[in-house]
Design a protein around this ligand. Sequence first.
Ligand code: ASP
Length: 329
Amino acid sequence: MSNYAIVIHGGAGSILRENLSAEMEAAYREKLTEALKVGEAILKNGGTSVDAVVETIKIMEDSPLFNAGKGSVYTHDEKNEMDASIMSGKDLTAGAVAGVDTIKNPIEAAREVMQNSKHVMLSGSGAVEFAEERGITIVDAAYFYNERRLQQLKKAKDKENVILDHDGGHGMVDPAHSEIEFDVTLKTDDKFGTVGCVALDQHGNLAAGTSTGGMTNKRYGRIGDSPIIGAGTYADDNTCAVSSTGHGEYFIRLAVAKEISAQMEHGNKSLTEAADNVIHTKLTELGGTGGVIAIDANGNIAMPFNTSGMYRGYIDTNGKLEVLIFKNN
Ligand code: ASP
């Protein structure tokens, strides 16, 4: 038995076995395992949950497999705009960046905002300027070039055109149609892939972090739940640490991550009861799709999702390592 544990996700969505080749599946499992082991080594050596979360997420940000950092999806204007956040359960400090384009590892910038600024959230060019001043690695926008993601954008735009052609020309997609579009988009296994990590360290402190490229074809500076403290990320040593993935608008409206913590604090629920209630009842009833990873101060783990799959894995206090993609494996 150890007194530390770590949980990660690499995005939730319609991840169906028939759409995922054996090679891709193996690549995901390998990368998730590598990420978990990087975090575990930090925790084992007495490092903080905050540092374990950052280094673990960086492994996934640097991989083109996930929709974060290097593998970020494209906006409507063929750009990459990334969001990330982190929170420390020890003292409720938090940091986030939103809509940043040239920060190699947005999760590092989020930690920098948390530890070395007076603010919680910075956005756009100001966030990049701050990161640069603090010595965070800045790259050329070309670093994020990814042909597979460009093809996904093209597909999403084609789909949108079909829907717009049928909306009578008023330019507004009714909610029912936009929901259909969202589901169709989800059919491709590689559409999603926001990454997240929650950890408990040997000092009894929890931390949570999330990093994403957002949603394919996003416009108008759209920001999802991932950089929003309380929606995409939350950590409190008295309750739990949570990282979300899914259709961000719904996660913001339900303040998903904080809601799980609040149900434990005020409703005396266990981690599993609270996380299940928020994903399987509240989120599902509102029509949202996605999931969360969560851990409490005793190292209990929950990973509920209402999509067909979620890239996920953990190393628990027994040292057991498991990586899963589909419902049960
Ligand atoms: N939650 C992210 C967003 O809405 C997307 C995802 O998790 O796949 O930006």
